[in-house]
Design a protein around this ligand. Structure first.
Ligand SMILES: CC(=O)N[C@H]1[C@@H](OP(=O)(O)OP(=O)(O)OC[C@H]2O[C@@H](n3ccc(=O)[nH]c3=O)[C@H](O)[C@@H]2O)O[C@H](CO)[C@@H](O)[C@@H]1O[C@H](C)C(=O)N[C@@H](C)C(=O)N[C@H](CCC(=O)O)C(=O)O
Ligand SMILES: Nc1ncnc2c1ncn2[C@@H]1O[C@H](COP(=O)(O)OP(=O)(O)OP(=O)(O)O)[C@@H](O)[C@H]1O
Length: 485
């Protein structure tokens, strides 16, 4: 592709060299440069792409896009821009032929509920006959291809590459999680979202390499609403107006009160046959009853968000109801049927805040006993161990402490840290290092009316021990335990 074509959407200065060049690849990692590459120098958290300028030229890069000065031979074209990450998004969109324009693009941002809501939207739209691509924390789904994710929102070049593959695979739409870091680092620049969604916000992701403070976090979330056509936002979130500050889209709201355009009323917790769910009535822009086998008020928010989006695609009430009744999200309060007498679920909660929110929600179902099984990662914050221990000790009737990615630490040492947290409460606990044995204990000792949570691993299908990831999927462990293996 001609260099001038790639630069069409950006403001730049050509510092040296000509624009009449044919580009054979667009690259932001020096290790992937080949002859006639355009190389983008990205300033990262660990490294700085500018320092590879000489090396990439030796490998055959003919164009460098920079935001700082570089010294390279004069025949090499140097394009200077204000921000190379932003330029990368626009150049990648051009490189892949602006694939976002060929589909409807739905972007979901918020502290919690992004993953769950993306899968709910996908289920509803697919049930109604749409072909849907997905990009998120767990994976990217492009037709039959499933690619495990490294980031919730990948680098802009990858976003555009996935979009192009989705358009080619015949996807009508794509639903993606948009993290605030993704917005901050321009991973989703270079195109317009058809729908931008805001679920909720609470202090999180603040620290080195993340956001400097809560205001910055709010500001970054708000960027989505300057880059989408229709914004669909949670009216009940206390920060919604700050997130919408300076928005350029039309705005629609959802929530649990009649001030929202689409709202839910008459919430009823439902239990039975090993499943927890919630029923409610949708009101406002649509009017019909909903039954979902996902627990708690936050499942109402997530499903209502999905309904608000899918309404724009003309999906019928019947199709929405049918898809939501069958909805299940891997590793997110995922109920696994082991008995009609008690409920068992797998969830990704792996910090105190998520665990507290989950256990509090489950307590509303008034289980006979709330049993919480979890471990904490090795070579990670000790504080998390104390805090999770304390939360579980306070809220669960029984805690089963076990292992979760011990990495290079001794599992027993991690368990001992968790016990310090539980020790601050009068919560009962047992400790069983081996996760399969711990799950077997939970199942074999399940009592009628119990709710058992296997927390921490969620969608993960491995246990990381001393630098190696051993296959371990909790669904398989449960199957083996039930089969007596
Ligand atoms: C802090 C951060 O955002 N890091 C991400 C980032 O790394 P970076 O750009 O800082 O990369 P770097 O290693 O400093 O390198 C800078 C540049 O030099 C280049 N380079 C580097 C080495 C070399 O030999 N040659 C070379 O050219 C690199 O390709 C890059 O272009 O780019 C990588 C992919 O390109 C990401 O995988 C990586 O995410 C890490 C894993 C991460 O943890 N990110 C978190 C903060 C994050 O983004 N999280 C959000 C939200 C998650 C949530 O909601 O919970 C997410 O969207 O995932
Ligand atoms: N709308 C919500 N509000 C509050 N908590 C939620 C909500 N939806 C889900 N949760 C809880 O948070 C956990 C994570 O949910 P989910 O993965 O959908 O969110 P996320 O935004 O993708 O979060 P993360 O970035 O942590 O992966 C769930 O397992 C559940 O316990």
């Amino acid at each position: 592709m001609k260099l001038s074509q790639l630069l069409e959407q950006i403001e730049y200065t050509c510092v040296q060299g000509g624009l009449d060049k044919e580009i054979k690849s667009v690259v932001y990692d020096s290790r992937k440069v080949t002859p006639d590459s355009l190389f983008l120098c990205i300033k990262g958290a660990v490294s700085d792409g500018h320092k590879y300028a000489k090396e990439v030229v030796e490998k055959g890069a003919t164009v460098l896009v920079v935001q700082d000065e570089v010294e390279v031979p004069e025949e090499v074209t140097v394009i200077r821009v204000e921000n190379t990450r932003y330029a990368m998004a626009c150049i990648s969109a051009a490189w892949f032929g602006h694939p976002a324009e060929k589909m409807k693009v739905i972007g979901i941002t918020g502290t919690k509920g992004k993953t769950t809501t993306t899968y709910l939207v996908k289920s509803i739209l697919e049930n109604a006959g749409y072909k849907v691509g997905l990009i998120g924390t767990i994976e990217a789904i492009i037709g039959d291809e499933v690619i495990p994710a490294a980031n919730t929102t990948p680098e802009s070049y990858i976003v555009q590459e996935y979009f192009a593959k989705m358009a080619e695979a015949g996807c009508d739409c794509v639903v993606m999680e948009v993290s605030s870091q993704g917005l901050m680092l321009h991973r989703t620049a270079g195109f317009v979202f058809d729908f931008g969604i805001f679920t909720n916000i609470e202090p999180d992701h603040i620290g080195p390499n993340e956001h400097k403070d809560f205001d910055d976090y709010l500001h970054c979330k708000g960027l989505l609403f300057k880059q989408c056509k229709v914004g669909i936002v949670n009216a009940d979130d206390e920060h919604v107006q700050q997130v919408l500050e300076g928005h350029t889209c039309t705005v629609e709201t959802y929530g649990l009160h009649d001030n929202a355009d689409l709202w839910a009323k008459d919430l009823k917790l439902v239990t039975g046959k090993g499943v927890l769910g919630i029923d409610y009535e949708v009101q406002g822009l649509m009017d019909f009853p909903v039954e979902i086998d996902l627990p708690g008020k936050f499942s109402v928010y997530n499903s209502l968000t999905a309904i608000a989006i899918c309404r724009h695609f003309g999906v019928s009430e019947e199709n929405i109801q049918k898809a939501l009744r069958a909805a299940k999200v891997k590793g997110r309060i995922e109920m696994v049927k082991v008995s009609d007498e008690f409920t068992l679920m797998i969830d990704y909660a792996h910090n105190a805040m998520s665990l507290e929110s989950l256990l509090t929600t489950l307590k509303e179902y008034k289980p006979k006993r709330l049993v919480c099984l979890f471990g904490c990662g090795g070579n990670r914050s000790k504080l998390r161990r104390y805090e999770m221990g304390e939360v579980s000790g306070k809220l669960a009737d029984l805690t089963i402490i076990t292992s979760d990615n011990p990495r290079n630490e001794e599992p027993q040492a991690i368990i001992d840290d968790i016990k310090i947290g539980i020790g601050k409460t009068d919560g009962k606990y047992v400790e069983i290092i081996d996760r399969k044995e711990a799950i077997a204990y939970a199942i074999h000792n399940g009592q009628p009316g119990d709710v058992i949570v296997l927390a921490g691993k969620g969608h993960e299908d491995y246990q990381e021990i001393k630098g190696k990831k051993y296959p371990m999927d909790e669904r398989d462990l449960i199957r083996d335990i039930l089969a007596g293996k």
